[in-house]
Design a protein. Sequence first.
Lengths: 518, 140
Amino acid sequence: MNTESAVLFLALVAVTLYITYWAGKRNKSVETHLVAKGAIAGRQNGVAIAGDFISAATFLGTTGAIALGGFNGFYLAVYIPISYLLCLLLVAEPLRNLGHFTLGDVLASRFHGDGVRAAIATASVVVSLLYIVAQFVGAALLVQLLFGVKYWQAAGAIGLLTLIYTLFGGMIATTYIQIVKTAILLFCGALLLVLVLAKFGWNPLTIFQEAGEATKDAALKPVRKGTAAQWEQFSLIFGVTLGVLGLPHVMIRFLTVRDGAAARTSAVTAIWIFAVFLITLPFVSYGAMLLVGKEAIVKASKGGNLAMPQLAETLGGDLLLAFVSAVAFATILAALSGLVIATTGAVSHDIYGKLLRKGHVDHTRQLTVARATTVISVAISMLIALAAQKQNVAFLATLAIAVAASANLPALLFTIYWRKATAAGITAGMVAGLVTAVVIILLSPTFHGSAEGALLPISSPGIISVPVGFLVMYLVSLATQPKGEALAAANRLFDRIQVQAVTGIDPAKTVDLAGQGR
Amino acid sequence: MATLDDANRPVLQRAHTDMVRARHRLVIPMVVGTLAFFFLQQVLTNFTSVLDGLVFDGMTWAYVYAFAQFFFVVILTTIYRRRMQQLEAQFPSAAVAGAAAAAHYDDWTTMETHQTAAEGDGDEQFEHVQGTRLDEEDGR
């Protein structure tokens, strides 16, 4: 690590630790620890949401994929604004209006038994832990490359800082660190774009023209590598587009604001940031391809993950390289912290508070459990990351988002929008979606390391497991319809849920509106 | 906070129901349009070559379609935000009540406990709401 990197790295860590100290003084209750007590402003939350999804995978991975793979790499950016538009239209406001701490609250608002909450809590913990481990290993390898440190040192630093942020600062620290990181990342992206444009006569189209000339237009066209690869690509994008709407660490961000309108503002803000930032990625990526060169990018990292740092070094020397590396490091820490908080909420609120203690739990005790869960989930992830340095863990992230799309998303949509959904249907659909996703991954080339020996040709289960989740939920719900008075009660409850999802109030416990709304 | 008398209650329930219906009428075509627009691009680029051609030097139809999606998303987001603001202005009771209910609880666990306790009899109340005050219910 050179002097510039060390200084910037330490400055960034100092800022994040100060935010944690500031947040720690306010982080005194379980409500604050898990969802910042709903006190985050809509626009601030939108910036944090954008930060959650402009992760190292997007900033480094997608740009590298475009630089090396051309148009096909851009698929990994285009789906993000689409996902969040669907999120805005379908789940953002209902989620805030029905939930308090977790996705489990949303489902439990309609299905009061333990089964549904247990299913969504389990799925949330599974998704978040898989994601944490995948991110942890990827992050440690990346930090190892960026800063030239040993793998265990990288994993240790990431684990320790994530633990400090989440344990002491809770959701408040996680959110504000994410906001600061997003601001720096957007500045970094804008700076790289300006420097690239300066090299190409300030004309964005010149970059595309030169990329086309250098590759005989191959970089600008979709690449189709045979039937299996095409279905794999389609299934991957299908799964991730829908999976975003079921990712616990993304969805709980809508619970950190005051009401449905603020949740809407959050989603709108995030969408604008995505649209403005992601649309610039092909220009910067082709800039890297032309200025750094494909061979140099592949030599530094096979998947092209270091294309942005290499471009920064080419354009701005060691100082800009240090800046981009520090931003990438902050990105990794902020994303991991959000994942840890999501796991903490599902364990301390759903599993401990609601399932084990049946809601009879005092705040201090629940906060203690939340903090213990934070320590345990970071420790387990770090140990797995240390053990899995040379293992193929790419399938974990794929599996996580597939489970989110196949289990969590159908459960959320059916709970909010389908009158005939039943608890048995929701539970069965979630189990079916989860099991199908796991089985497909186990039989896929990603898990086996190569296409040889794998029983299935595709690695992304979304195109099969998502319809299975929805279909099983639909059929089992139809087969378990209540009758008589139970049906009437279920219909009345659904009517209430529908009103509450849109307006934020339970009509059965409404307040006077005569003088207020006029 | 004033109490809700029985005469206002059916009007309020109708306003809520109308707002739910209006939102669904707004959201469903947008969701269908978004899915169709996005996955059409995925099908066309993954399984056909119709977007492979150049629009002009350095720009393929595939990229034009991909960039268009960003504008599509921003335009739909803006339309949705404005329409929801209009709906909330049209049905102010629902929005005000939502804000009042959210503001009432400083402690969310208290709200949750309160709601859990009320879950058992809430269904009946939806049709036969008794004149209650939230602040009285919560013991304040």
